[in-house]
Design a protein around this ligand. Sequence first.
Ligand SMILES: [Zn+2]
Length: 151
Amino acid sequence: MKCPNCGCLKDKVLDTRQSKNGTVIRRRRECLNCGFRFTTYERYQEEGILVKKKKGYIEPFKREKIIKGIQLASKNIPISYKDIERIADIVEQYILEEGKFLVESREIGYIVQEELKKLDKMAYIRFKSVYEGISDIKELENILKEVKNNN
Ligand SMILES: [Zn+2]
C-alpha cells in the first residue's frame, strides 16, 4: 500500500480488525520508509465510509478531520497527540464494529465529546459548541451547567 506521506510502497501491518458481521476489515499500517501510520479498509465494495452531515449532505469519512477538530478544540490545552489519536481510533473502531458504510456526523461528534469530557472539560466545551454549531449564550450556559453539575 502506497504511503500517503512519502509514496513508498513498503509497509507493515500493525493491527488487523474485523467488523462484527465480518463485512469490513481494518488494517493499521506503518510505512517502512518514513514510519507514517495510516489505515486501510477492505470491504466487498470499493467504497469508503461516508459521513452524513447535520445539513444532510454526505462526505467521505476522514480520520484527519477528527484529529483537526480535536486539535482546534484543545488549542492551549494540554492534550497530547497520542490522546487525540486514541480518540480517532475509538471513532474508527466504533464505525468498524458497527460495520456501517454510512455514519451520521452526530454519532462521531458524540463519541469525541464523551472522550474529551474525560480528558479536559474546557476542550469538551469548545468541541461541543463548535460541533453542534452553538451560537446562543443560553445554550452555552446549559453546557457549562452540565459540566459543573457533573463535577
Ligand atoms: Zn512513508
